[in-house]
Design a protein around this ligand. Structure first.
Ligand code: NAD
Ligand code: UFG
Length: 343
């Protein structure tokens, strides 16, 4: 299939483009480069062994820009990664988050249906479960109260896509709820490229390891977890990327509306991740315990068995591989990508 990948220059998108080609699909990327560089796609093309990956510097809120893509390509399905994702920033800029993520997705949906393409995979998040009602979290766990506008955009977009499907069953839509993507392509050529101070744990750890930051702050050690630090279901980005290929097969089979957790089913504390990283890298990570971060929950890990049963997808990489590959990427690219294009 030929897949429109919105946000395909970003962290998860660029890894997914590689897995799409590996599975015999092709991709057309639409990204406004607000949080990425085209360099990720140049490198993805090298890994794939293709000259170029068709790329449009387009904002998904731009109707005419999307129209041009559909005029030039036959699109069989869309994998929709494009969105703003910084939790803290969403609290100070809610309008920008609702405009980008919700208005953007509505514009994209309209373009898709006008061109008769009613197949979408949507990047959702474990954040929609809020303070989860059960651990491990199955897809039957009710959605919860989000603690920030970013989380609400995911929750609302899931509802919008669900309502769309109920109004028109010609749509096939897969909502993928990701659990803490980390790691990088094993080549070390592509990886996560945070802007400014990282919000997330793994990029912060790798920046401490490379000497860019003096120490890691651990946000709380008084949670009701085995060592008091927050527990999460870290998932290798390459496994996550492959999950999209499996979801595409479900779409081809006519899955209707389907929801899957993409996680490993294992929970690791912040201290577990620090020691796994030290073991994988041989680098000591100095840390200091800090107050809890507003909006954080104690424990969040998935029951991923639905994805295994229905999609045949299972995360194959463990925390060792995740730490190894995050470190390999950081070592080979101490300053991330060097962006050459104008923002
Ligand atoms: P990312 O920021 O690396 O990638 C998102 C891409 O979308 C970027 O390349 C950005 O330039 C692009 N983009 C943003 N707004 C756009 C717009 N209006 N038009 C066109 N392009 C636009 O983030 P990622 O980590 O790869 O995340 C991909 C998706 O997965 C996002 O929707 C994110 O919310 C979701 N998600 C991420 C995580 C995570 O921890 N990384 C967890 C759960 C869900
Ligand atoms: N943490 C620290 N220090 C840091 C960064 C994080 O101690 O510098 C801790 C957090 O308190 C938490 C754990 O490390 O206990 C993981 O934090 P992250 O920020 O890496 O990830 P979150 O679980 O908070 O959230 C991430 C994304 C969300 C997404 C969610 C589920 O940021 O957008 O995973 O996929 F919704």
């Amino acid at each position: 299939m030929n897949i429109l990948v919105t946000g395909g220059a970003g962290f998860i998108g660029s890894h997914t483009v590689i897995e799409l080609y590996a599975a015999g699909h092709t991709a057309v990327v639409a990204d406004n480069l607000s949080n990425s560089c085209q360099e990720s796609l140049r490198r993805a093309a090298q890994i794939i062994g293709t000259d170029t990956i068709p790329f449009y510097n387009v904002d998904i809120r731009d109707k005419a820009g999307l129209q041009e893509i559909f005029e030039q390509h036959t699109i069989d399905a869309c994998i929709h990664f494009a969105g703003l994702k910084a939790v803290g920033e969403s609290v100070s800029k809610p309008w920008e988050y609702y405009d980008n993520n919700i208005h953007g997705t509505l514009t994209l949906i309209d373009a898709l249906r006008q061109h008769g393409c009613k197949r979408m995979i949507f990047s959702s998040s474990a954040t929609v479960y809020g303070e989860p009602a059960e651990i491990p979290i199955t897809e039957n766990c009710p959605k919860g109260t989000c603690t920030n506008p970013y989380g609400w955009t995911k929750s609302m977009l899931e509802q919008i896509l669900t309502d769309l499907y109920h109004s028109d069953s010609a749509w096939n839509i897969v909502l993928l709820r990701y659990f803490n993507p980390i790691g990088a392509h094993p080549s070390g050529m592509i990886g996560e490229n945070p802007n400014g101070t990282p919000n997330n744990l793994m990029p912060y750890i790798t920046q401490v390891a490379i000497g860019q930051r003096p120490e890691l702050g651990i946000f709380g050690n008084d949670y009701p977890t085995p060592d008091g630090t927050g527990v999460r279901d870290y998932t290798h980005v390459v496994d996550l990327a492959k999950g999209h290929v499996s979801a595409l097969s479900a779409i081809e089979r006519g899955c209707g509306l389907a929801i899957y957790n993409l996680g490993t089913g294992k929970g690791y504390s912040v201290l577990d991740v620090v020691s796994a990283f030290e073991k994988a890298s041989g680098v000591k990570i100095p840390y200091r315990i800090k107050p809890r971060r507003a909006g954080d929950i104690a424990t969040c890990y998935s029951d991923p068995s639905k994805a295994e049963k229905e999609l045949g997808w299972k995360a194959l990489n463990g925390i060792e591989e995740m730490c190894r590959d995050s470190w390999n990427w950081q070592k080979k690219n101490p300053a991330g990508y060097i962006c050459t294009e104008q923002k």
